[in-house]
Design a protein around this ligand. Structure first.
Ligand SMILES: Nc1ncnc2c1ncn2[C@@H]1O[C@H](COP(=O)(O)OP(=O)(O)OP(=O)(O)O)[C@@H](O)[C@H]1O
Ligand SMILES: [Mg+2]
Length: 263
């Protein structure tokens, strides 16, 4: 679980949100919505630790891993597509490199000889034997042409690069997955694939989107950033709109009654 505790964010005179306390629970999928410029991306950056809030805290359960789509799209320019995706799972990537070294080194130290006996089990448990097919499946789903899997990232178009970076985050299977408008650069087929992938995701997902179809298909909850606060609704986008409309109607009825009794 990840939570924000009394988080306030200001840029100069402008307050984006104030004293926001909200919990994102394990296994739920949250659609983070709000008007353009309301502060959704800023809030997500604060959750991920990329940005510090003016005040307040973010708490991530101990032992929980978090993954987010990186803003810096050129970090992996000299890596191949496949290696970029693999590195999304740090543990697996380290084991993979160690294993390569153990099997290709001309000479091994006695400690390394001993590691050979142990590494296969660790590698297998971390998903090492299916890493290639797993990564390929994701890249396929996200529409990266098969013949480009071994190409260097720098040779890819901006759109394809983003798809690989998305595959990289998903490959890490973090307990908390943060995605800021992931469907923007996807075509219909890839968007459907992502919807399906996220519907089956067992971790916590927080996703910013302006796409109503996506917001109806993926979230179990809607977090609405509006008037400097976040309101949480159960259900998908349409459910949240219905609940919101009912709340507004109830409020206006209550106000009308108040006015009557005051007369
Ligand atoms: N570094 C910064 N310095 C000053 N103002 C900033 C900074 N970053 C963002 N802002 C302002 O904060 C507000 C919220 O920006 P943010 O990108 O979080 O909104 P958003 O809800 O993600 O919008 P969109 O839906 O358009 O992506 C905007 O008015 C933006 O101009
Ligand atoms: Mg944004």
């Amino acid at each position: 679980m990840i939570s924000a505790v009394s988080v306030t964010m200001r840029y100069g005179e402008k307050t984006l949100f104030e004293n926001v306390s909200v919990k994102f629970r394990a296994g739920n999928r949250y659609g983070l919505i709000g008007a353009n410029g309301s502060g959704k991306s800023t809030f997500m950056k604060i959750l991920s630790g990329q940005l510090e809030a003016s005040s307040g805290e973010v708490a991530l359960d101990t032992g929980c891993t978090m993954g987010f789509l990186r803003q810096d799209h050129n970090t992996f320019d000299h890596e191949t597509v496949m290696n970029t995706v693999y590195q999304g799972n740090e543990t697996l990537w380290k084991l993979h490199l160690e294993r390569e070294h153990l099997y290709t080194a001309a000479e091994l130290t006695p400690e390394e000889e001993e590691r050979i006996g142990l590494i296969e089990e660790e590698f297998g448990e971390a998903g090492g034997y299916t890493m290639e097919t797993d990564a390929a499946k994701m890249l396929d789903g996200l529409g990266l042409p098969e013949e480009q899997r071994e190409d260097a990232m720098e040779t890819l178009s901006a759109g394809l690069k983003l798809r690989v970076l998305l595959a990289r985050v998903l490959f890490g299977k973090p307990d908390v997955l943060l995605l800021d408008e992931p469907t923007n650069h996807l075509d219909m087929t890839s968007r459907d694939w992502l919807e399906n992938f996220l519907q089956q995701y067992t971790g916590t997902v927080i996703v910013i989107s302006h796409d109503r179809f996506f917001l109806n298909a993926v979230p179990t909850h809607i977090a609405d950033l509006d008037y400097q606060e976040i309101r949480m609704f159960n259900g998908n986008y349409d459910d949240s709109m219905t609940t919101n409309a009912m709340l507004m109607e109830k409020r206006s009825r209550e106000n009308a009654t108040k006015e009557k009794t005051h007369r």
